[in-house]
Ligand binder design. Sequence first.
Ligand SMILES: Cc1ncc(COP(=O)(O)O)c(C=O)c1O
Length: 470
Amino acid sequence: MDELRLAGAKAAEMAAGHLAGVGDGPVWRPVPDDELAWLTGQELPETGRPLDDLLEDTRAHVLPYPMGNGHPRFFGWVNSPPNPAGVLVEPLAAALNPSCAGGDHAGPHLERTVVRWLAGLVGFPHPPGGGLLTSGASIATVICLATARQRAARADGWDAREEGLSGRAPFVLYVTEEGHSCLHKAAQLLGLGARNVRTVPVDSAYRMDVGALRAMIGEDLAAGRRPFCVAGSAGTVNSGAVDPLGEIADVAAAYGLWFHVDGAYGALGVLADGAAPHYAGLERADSLALDPHKWLGVPVGCGCALLRDPGAARAAFSLVPSYLMDDNAGDLGWFAEYGPEQTRPFRALKTWATLSHLGRAGVKRLVDHTTGLARTLAAMVEEAGDFELLAPATTSITAFRHVPQEAPDGGLDALNRAIPFAVQARGNAFITGTRLGGRDALRACFLHPDTTERDLVVLLDEIRLAAKAP
Ligand SMILES: Cc1ncc(COP(=O)(O)O)c(C=O)c1O
């Protein structure tokens, strides 16, 4: 173990050095051909290599080519920098290397605490056992929708796990066009059929039109289909919009639908000054997806499914073969009974460390700072003659587009579609694009505690420069 001790100290120094210097280099740069050849073309060594060699290779070929999300001017998709407390404990989780499927060891016990903390932060009800950590929101969504599907079948007097879905009235899921693709993937994976996912229209602020939702449910019922779930968003990926959750909860209650909220990115936005009214109704959801690896900055690989009725998830997933029986498991059983994963990594340690390091006040400070940046950028965009704001900045995302005085060849859509990569290639900022309201748009997502207003000025200048030579 002396080799690990020495190399481990060096790895810690490399990690700290990387994080300390990340803001000085380009936000992103393409992997050059020779490095690509190294990364993709290696043969498995015949004999094992010393630990120090692996660190030197990592230093030379891996650390120089990050995705960019550690940099304060990375504004792409929804990818945060890692919280240092999360980085600190990752090797310790690996050193313990437990499976957090269940059992009496630190991992599952700590996971109970972390899940309770997450629910408490956003004001979601937390009965004992009411949630579990996942790889991300995509799997959290599978868990929540599978639970909703089984509950609906049971309410109708049959068992979807036992019988499958064939021969039954199609289950219908309602999402807006701004709903995340993971909702569609989950519906497809669960055998619901893409055609049974209804796209509910949105209003001018990209929030669900609840009147249209009611009308669609009515049409589906009249046609003999089985509305079973409506998924609202607490922070869409395109514009950060928060659906009218209270009104959706009313409709779900009126029709007996499962109410799921995708708060993977934005649920923590409820902590921002003055934001709570936008989130009213979140606490009435049956399930909530909330990703610690987004706004909180827990190192990637940590989502969370929160459930109002833990028993419903257990009924949808529990399958305990004789070789996994545990007479000492207690009333809640094993985490593996609440989702599809059997062997489960120790996600709780990095989440516990991050939350403990930030504290409630630190989480709020981060949310206030980043939502403030989104609002400031929105104001700068509105003041500038060559930008147009496309949506209100309710969370930490600003959706906008470049509208230069001189009409570009090919039109504004083509220009705004070309801008993100042109900005990325310049290396001074990183932004991604989308389609919003039928137009090509730019969107900047703020998650980094060290991003400043000066960085917003750089961003707009970089877009102008990139637009001149996209
Ligand atoms: C709003 C929203 N929902 C769901 C997801 C999917 O989460 P994950 O990538 O953790 O599976 C994302 C990812 O960015 C998201 O932004």
